[in-house]
Write a protein that binds this ligand. Structure first.
Ligand code: FES
Length: 417
């Protein structure tokens, strides 16, 4: 039988040790691929090997099965007939059949793939299948458990994000320093951006304790009071991957912060943000939303996000743009909506930036648009950080496209209104 195992490319490895930190099964590779996605030097690869392995006995929904050892629970479920998918067509994104398991991050962060293993909720994508395991995939049984996901980095923030209104953001970095919001960061992402600006969070999960929505909301509320701010943000990784967790988190955060000043800010790449999900976020208590557009052309989106499968990339890009349109047309008067556009000349042309601006302006010319100066990060340390003048040019281009509220992030702080 064929199996996947992770191998190290010695010629690329810089022995940073990150792969060891995030490996869920040190003694015996289970082929989950978490280290492959996480390695900043692309020194880890999944290789297919053929070998005979001892079978192990497991029970799934009380039925007995035999599967090979040394694989993940998710792979075991695939072998006995389950379908695992990172994304479903937009309409069915959040409606799965009994034999479908959503697994968007596959690095143990989002817990969308969680099933009940020996009585406890566990992420199937990074949990090794073991002899005698009892696995329950029944959705009603899972619903009865408190959802969990990995969230960390609870702290004050002085700059805010794409969904932070410009009049709160500091103009100059370092001067007049003050915290404007508190934030936490959800681990795991569906994208594989080579320029990931937060990759240590995105790809690390295994060593962290997962939190329930109530636990996370309490921590954020505590930090709000400690830092003396009213804004509470959740970013990532990608915050929207585990829909149930995020909605329950927002409801609990709202319950704990009933005063009128409290602002609940969701920062997202919007690639799984369907219209009904946006409605649900609003009803759960979200007051501010920052959503990215990572390109207009499919090639640009694929380059920025690292999604190599064209059909998959197309679905994500479409969902992202539909979310931007829906937010602009239906929610600009109900929530604070900010849209982020990454910029680096190596990733997107000014001509495409203009077209992006033109499209957004066609729906909502007054929405806040924030151009982000994508710095060298993660796998793209070769990039040159856009200069202040580069970002000034981006601002001119976006304003020329019809947008009336453009801010740009630069090395010295923000420019714009
Ligand atoms: S898909 Fe398993 S934790 Fe995200």
């Amino acid at each position: 039988m064929k199996f996947k195992v992770a191998r190290r490319k010695i010629e690329k490895c810089k022995e940073c040790g990150f792969c060891a930190l995030i490996c869920p099964s040190h003694d015996n590779c289970i082929g989950c691929g978490a280290c492959v996605d996480a390695c900043p030097y692309e020194a880890r690869v999944l290789e297919e090997i053929s070998e005979r392995r001892k079978e192990i006995k497991i029970k799934v929904n009380h039925e007995r099965y035999e599967v090979p050892g040394g694989i993940t629970v998710l792979r075991a479920l695939e072998l006995i007939g389950f379908t695992t998918l990172p994304f479903k067509d937009e309409k069915g994104m959040w409606e799965l059949s009994e034999t479908e398991i959503l697994a968007p991050c596959r690095t143990g962060g989002c817990w969308s793939c969680a099933v009940i293993i020996n009585g406890n909720l566990k992420p199937s994508c990074v949990t090794p299948a073991e002899e005698g395991m009892e696995i329950i995939t029944d959705k009603d049984a899972i619903e009865k458990k408190e959802p969990k996901r990995v969230v960390s980095g609870f702290q004050g923030h002085a700059v805010g994000g794409v969904g932070t209104p410009y009049w709160i953001k500091p103009r100059t970095l370092g001067l007049g320093f003050r915290f404007i919001e508190v934030a936490c960061f959800s681990h795991g992402c569906i994208l594989r951006c080579p320029t990931c600006q937060n990759w240590e969070i995105t790809y690390s999960a295994v060593e962290e304790e997962p939190l329930s929505p109530v636990e996370a909301a309490r921590l954020v509320s505590y930090e709000r009071r400690r830092f003396g701010v009213d804004r509470m943000a959740i970013s990532g990784g990608e915050s929207t991957l585990n829909r149930r967790w995020l909605l329950e988190y927002l409801k609990e955060l709202k319950r704990l912060n009933r005063d009128k000043k409290a602002r609940l800010h969701v920062d997202t790449n919007a690639v799984v943000l369907t219209e009904d999900y946006i409605d649900a976020l609003y009803l759960a208590g979200a007051t501010d939303i920052g959503a990215d557009v990572k390109g207009l052309e499919l090639d640009t989106f694929a380059e920025i996000t690292g999604i190599k499968d064209r059909e998959f990339a197309k679905k994500l890009l479409n969902t992202e743009w539909k979310a931007i349109k829906y937010l602009g047309e239906n929610y600009s008067d109900k929530m604070f909506v900010g849209i982020g556009i990454p910029y680096n000349e190596a990733l997107v042309s000014l001509d495409e930036i203009y077209k992006i601006g033109e499209r957004i302006a066609g729906w909502s010319p007054d929405v806040q648009v924030c151009a982000l100066d994508y710095r060298p990060a993660f796998r793209r340390m070769d990039l040159k950080k856009p200069s202040y003048l580069d970002m000034l040019k981006v601002k001119e281009v976006l304003e020329g496209s019809g947008l009336r509220c453009v801010i740009c992030q630069t090395e010295f702080g923000r420019i714009g209104p």
